[in-house]
Design a protein. Sequence first.
Length: 425
Amino acid sequence: MRVLRFSDHGPAVQLLQLALGRAGFGPLARDGIFGLRTREALLRFQAANVLSADGVAGARTHRALMPWYTGFVRHRVRRGESFYSVARLYGARPEAVELANSAYEAHALPVGAVIAVPLPFAVVPTDIAVCSALVTFCVRGLTARYPFLTAAAAGRSVMGRPLWALSMGAGENRVLYNAAHHANEWITTLLLLRFTEELCEAFAQGGMIFGRSAAEIFSYARLCLVPLVNPDGVDLATGELQSGPRYTAARTIAARWPELPFPAGWKANIAGTDLNLQYPAEWETARAIKFAAGFTAPAPMNYVGSAPLSAPESRAMADLMRTFDPALVQAWHTQGEVIYWRFADYEVAGAADIAGTFSAVSGYASAETPYAASFAGFKDLFIQDYRRPGFTIEAGRGVNPLPLEDFDAIYAASRGILTLGTLVT
């Protein structure tokens, strides 16, 4: 997290406002503008936590706010404490504390042990813009809360940010979901994170999701989700990246395309390569189409790159595909409320029927990909190399980036696709 001061703006300020509110120093509008009310709340938080009350959110303040960024606090066990007594200290549920620390006996906690205490709110916020810091906080919070959920970096972005891959389930049916290949489609990151939290919570409580037993899903499937393929580009598109050499270079690129709004209209990675035109699935055809349209060099969208998999983000996704060896993939994009299931002339048994199932539970149309967008995508490579069902889902409807006010409706339409994708193959 960057240092935040009065008059700053962007997703990091929204995160700060979120954390202060969770900590009891709100209510604050999560508008991303560091104004007088945010500064006053921060001053009160700093004074209450024996910090220098300067109204600046620097490294020490961010550390003190970490439980409210991630949704859990670390507690050192004292003599005589139990999960129940620790939970009471923080207003947490005892069963949540026990689950998060399942390596320990409930009534025999070793003195001095440091345990994770989930705080009484959902980890994933769905009413603030995405940035790479938000995703990392959510990954930390979810994996602390649910030990059966694991996380690893599938690769690194141009700027060195991790491409987090979340894994859960113990079944043979391996499925791979990813989101936000395109920077201004960042709302899809929230879809995968929210689904991850809902599925984990249902499994922990022996419950259901979209009418299906979470335990059934975990026993049948092994699910890997990459919620943010393009962290640098998303930080640019949402206004979190505001300075530095990479920002300046991107602004210079964007100046050649004045009809595209900057930064909100940015789709590419931070170097100007469209990540979903990077895969070796008739990449040369994609290059011919995009070059003919004038995208012959780094651009905010539609530049295929110097070669297939030349961008580290797309290369990481291709490597993950090969090592994970999924039976089915879903690549989440916006917008159009449509499900694409075919690539070129490849026939994949059952793919059309699965697309029909997804269509029925979402209200989205099942369709073949338009020719100009038919090549070099993630699902195209999967279909070409594996002859297994692969889907591009264009969620929501409108102009990218879709507004957060649409999130609840988009998620409601997406839950069935996300849930049944684990069970249909």
